[in-house]
Write a protein that binds this ligand. Structure first.
Ligand code: AVJ
Length: 347
């Protein structure tokens, strides 16, 4: 089930190729496709309602990223306390050539959760990418990254796939349009940390199933470290992360026709060493009742809504997860403090 989203490129007005009609390898028009339903608004509302009626109440972190949430997340990445983004960037910049030597050439570069795409661009040159496949839940982000990338790399074929990869990942049909180009899956930013280890295992296995023999996974994973450093990264002094967290209630109000008052909730971020995860919550300051679609939900004073887990791994614990997911070997890079881990894993 694919739908054309928009015509991508001014120079190729007829290039809106679909999965069922791959264009010949000789001309490589950018294409713009979408597989699966991005997400049915009714399904999203039902999922939100279900989670909020449970005890404890929870909201999936994928709901953070409306336009306001994306802007706040960009601001988080600039915070002094939020080290992951700049630490990963420093590892990439310092070790780019060594990392690239572990990757195939003339690849299809699959950017999972591409956002604005900026993290991919230097790699496209390093691996002489022939094709960029951006995967994101947000068609808005896809459109931004697609346009920026296609302008910058006129010889690379650009493909956008809007899909929710918290569901089973199936990019086989897209990638098999170009059977001659090996695949590199790029999953930076420690986004894998939003999954529980068993969910992460499912995703890692499904990526592996796309790699063939020569494909590789390039992934960034946040490390276990001092609790105070971790908690400051998720509870910054000027309250950007608190605003990011509270904003999800406005998303819920909009999508579920609910009436949360974000001012009644405080932001909390604690590191749970037993599970090796940051747990983000919104804590009700007073008892009150909220309307959620057709339902009502009472919240006690002090009751928490869980909005995000961010799992932290050691080099060893993530290597073990890769192994369990069936990867035969992996190279590893880190920063001087060992705060962030980058792996290239082979199937
Ligand atoms: C986008 C999942 C990598 O877990 O660090 C940042 C999201 N949440 N501050 C993370 C986030 C609060 C972020 N990831």
């Amino acid at each position: 089930m694919e739908h054309e989203l928009q015509r991508p490129h001014p120079s190729t007005p007829s290039a809106a190729a679909s999965m069922s009609a791959p264009s010949p390898a000789a001309d490589r028009p950018p294409q713009w496709i979408r597989i699966g339903a991005v997400e049915d608004p009714f399904q999203r509302a039902a999922e939100l309602q279900r989670g909020l009626l449970e005890r404890p109440a929870h909201i999936s972190p994928k709901y953070f990223y409306d336009a306001q949430g994306c802007a706040l997340y960009s601001a988080i990445c600039e915070l002094v306390e939020y080290y992951p983004t700049r630490t990963e960037t420093a590892i990439f910049e310092r070790h780019r050539d060594a990392i690239a030597r572990r990757l195939p050439r003339e690849v299809q570069w699959v950017d999972l959760g591409c956002g604005d795409g900026a993290k991919s661009w230097p790699w496209l040159t390093s691996v002489q990418a022939r094709r960029w496949v951006g995967v994101d839940i947000s068609p808005e982000w896809l459109s931004i990254s697609f346009t920026a990338g296609a302008r910058r790399f006129p010889d690379v074929e650009f493909t956008g796939v809007a899909t929710d990869f918290t569901r089973p990942l199936d990019l086989h049909a897209v990638l098999e349009q170009r059977p001659e180009w090996p695949r590199v899956f790029f999953y930076p930013g420690s986004s894998i940390g939003n999954f529980t280890p068993s969910q992460a295992l499912v995703l890692l296995r499904s990526v592996r199933a796309h790699l063939g023999r020569d494909g590789r996974l390039l992934i960034g994973v946040d490390g276990v470290k001092d609790k105070a450093v971790l908690e400051a990264a998720y509870d910054d002094a000027i309250g950007v992360t608190a605003a990011f967290n509270r904003n999800v209630l406005r998303v819920v109000n909009r999508e579920l026709d609910a009436d949360f008052d974000p001012r009644r909730y405080t932001h909390r971020a604690c590191f749970d060493g037993r599970h090796s995860r940051i747990e983000m919550q919104l804590v009700a300051q007073q008892a009150h009742t909220v309307h959620l679609g057709g339902q009502r939900r009472h919240f006690e004073a002090g009751e928490a809504i869980v909005t995000e887990y961010s799992y932290k791994y050691t080099r060893e614990s993530f290597s073990a997860l890769l192994q369990e997911a069936g990867y035969s070997h992996a190279q590893h890079w880190s920063d001087e403090r060992g705060w962030f881990h980058v792996f290239v894993a082979a199937p």
